[in-house]
Design a protein around this ligand. Sequence first.
Ligand SMILES: *Cc1c(COP(=O)(O)O)cnc(C)c1O
Length: 370
Amino acid sequence: MRSVPFFNYPALFCKQEADFQTIFSDVGRRGAFIKQRDLADFEKSLASLLGVSYALGVGNATDGLEVALRAAGIGEGDEIIVSSHTMLATAVAAHFAGGKPIPVECGADHLIDPSAVEAAVSSRTRVIMPTQLNGRTCNMDALGRIADKHHLLIVEDAAQALGARYKGCCAGTFGVSAAISFYPAKVLGCLGDGGALVTNDTEVYERAAELCDFGRNHNGNVVRWGFNSRLDNLQAAFLDFQLRKYGDVISRRRRIAALYTQYLKDVKEIVLPPAPESDPDHFDIYQNYEIEAEERDQLRKYLRDVGVGTLVQWGGKAIHHMKALGFTQHLPYTDWMFDRLLMLPMNMSLSDDDVCYVCDNIRSFYGYGQ
Ligand SMILES: *Cc1c(COP(=O)(O)O)cnc(C)c1O
């Protein structure tokens, strides 16, 4: 029996082991651990990939989001509208920035529903924080119109969307700032925690850099209270190396998505993500391949028994399900969606034959021929 794990953590290291060892030795021998040239180089490469003025390495994307909100002047009691289909991190960042996260419904594309955003705007709303989920960008025209109409800021959770584009512009470039994650299972993953804040706004960049470095400005003078959240120089060196091959990584993921479409498009019991070339407004990087499936839990078990790993995102819990955090929203569409969502393997260790094997088994579960 074939084994197709959902994600292969050792492979992230083993497939590039010799290169990583060289980088490790080089950085180690220079003693270049904190805020050295490898970090500066990576920040420059990242900013140029996205077409933004500034990228700031931070400890992780959750910190990046909190800092993005703080640097944009968010304070006590400000409401921040988020999708309920996002990682807890989005709401956590809003909370610790002093704001109040307001989860709203996702749409049929699994991303925040602009009409639900509009309906949730109150006199206290300051920010729309859309999550560019699964490597796809939200309808930023619709969200931009709502933000303009109500004088709101947009801060993107682009943790899952490095290189995804909407109408030619990269996720992370639509609002005042955004955060990206380099958690190992992200499309660009480091060997531990890591993240970046990106922005075009000089003042936001400087404030964010101060917040992440004990409140010290570029002259070393303390100008505000700050904390410590930095991207390790060593991780930055690993990331800068991998970023050089990032275009190939995205192409491969889009190829896998195209194969899934080819093998599964006639299966009526499931809904697939949009195929790579299906929509001229979107360029998706397929951080995840999240389908909707009838009899989701039975399908999951069936696939497990034939050696195929799948995952239900966020352990099956939407933001508004976290009652311990005080959420009281009723979001029936998201509830309905969460009973159907399932992520199929989508990673650089998958062969075409692996994809074929996953699809054959999904077809036989629903009684389709190969
Ligand atoms: C991974 C992720 C985060 C958190 O990223 P960290 O770097 O682990 O803090 C935030 N939001 C979304 C949507 C994510 O997928």
